[in-house]
Design a protein around this ligand. Structure first.
Ligand code: GLV
Length: 309
């Protein structure tokens, strides 16, 4: 029985140690060294090359090393009958919510303006407005979005969330569906995106969405790069309608050196760093899922392929 590991962003040695302890009889292989394809029962992957997962006739599960599974579902050769499992919780909501809060504070406390004034040695204060005057909107209210919304709300910001399906979160105003998207954007001075990437959320933050946001608003993207129409974002900022953005995810990663985002004075770029997958936090779910499947029980985090998450 083989588990095949394939990820550019996670440490194979750390995962090998986890499996050596939990499943000593399982052979741990690192792509592209697969061994006999019929022995591969589990694949532990992050952004696997397209077509790779179709090579193993006895694959029982695809365990994704992240919360977002778009890169796996986008594979046209993805085997239809094999369950795809995503990380649920697994230590991700904490750092995601920290990043969101850091971004909101950064904008509310005028840090971008002070950074540029420091370069000119200019001593000039910005007017201060309390958190209560900075309504924040969180797009996506799943496990991660819920924690983001609560953490930002706990810091004193009026928080609303937007989701496709009905949700209830104490202290958070919830907007739902396409009909309420414009109103949600219209009341948000900072919009934080944590949606999963699906056909219906691709390019959701485009010129039309930005036009609904109030003048001087900010965008924070910790979902996927494809949620944002890059040129529309730059145009909305350059036109003075949006005040800036903090972006952690991009259509192409690493963000190509020539991309306009790198040098834009009102855009902060971070390298898909909002929430690392920490082995110690993710291992519990991965191990428990393999144990459950061996006992014939349903694993956690089964992706609904039609929904895309
Ligand atoms: C990271 O991007 C994840 O989906 O977990």
């Amino acid at each position: 029985m083989t588990l095949l590991f394939c990820s550019d962003s996670d440490s194979p040695d750390a995962w090998r140690a986890v499996f050596a302890e939990a499943f000593p009889r399982m052979s741990f292989r690192i792509w592209p060294d697969c061994g006999p394809p019929e022995e591969v029962r589990f694949a532990l992957v992050w952004r696997p090359p397209p077509g790779m997962l179709s090579r193993f006739p006895n694959l029982e599960a695809i365990l994704v090393l992240g919360a977002g599974v778009d890169s796996v579902l986008d594979d046209p050769m993805l085997p239809a009958a094999v369950p795809v499992l995503r990380l649920v919780e697994a230590g991700l909501p904490g750092p995601m919510s920290e990043y969101a809060l850091a971004a909101v504070l950064h904008f509310q406390r005028s840090m971008p303006a002070y950074a540029s004034r420091q370069r000119e040695a200019r001593w000039l204060r910005e007017p201060w407005q309390p958190a209560s005057q900075w309504p924040v909107g969180v797009m996506g209210l799943g496990v991660i979005g819920g924690v983001v919304a609560r953490r930002v709300a706990a810091a004193g910001y009026p928080v609303a969330g937007w989701a496709r399906s009905p949700k209830e979160l104490r202290g958070i105003e919830v907007f739902r569906g396409d009909d309420q998207f414009g109103d949600f954007l219209g009341r948000s001075r900072v919009v934080v995106n944590v949606l999963p990437l699906t056909p219906s959320t691709r390019n959701i933050l485009d010129a039309g969405a930005f036009a609904h946001m109030p003048r001087g608003a900010y965008v924070v993207n910790i979902g996927r790069g494809e949620h944002v129409a890059d040129d529309d974002l730059v145009a909305a900022i350059d036109a003075g309608h949006l005040a800036g953005a903090m972006l952690d995810v991009f259509r192409q990663e690493p963000l190509p050196p020539a991309h306009a985002f790198w040098r834009h004075p009102k855009i902060t770029v971070t390298p898909h760093a909002a929430a690392p997958t920490v082995v110690a936090d993710a291992a519990g779910q991965v191990i428990e899922n393999i144990r459950r499947m061996e006992r014939g029980e349903a694993p956690m985090g089964i992706v609904d392929r039609a929904k895309g998450y």
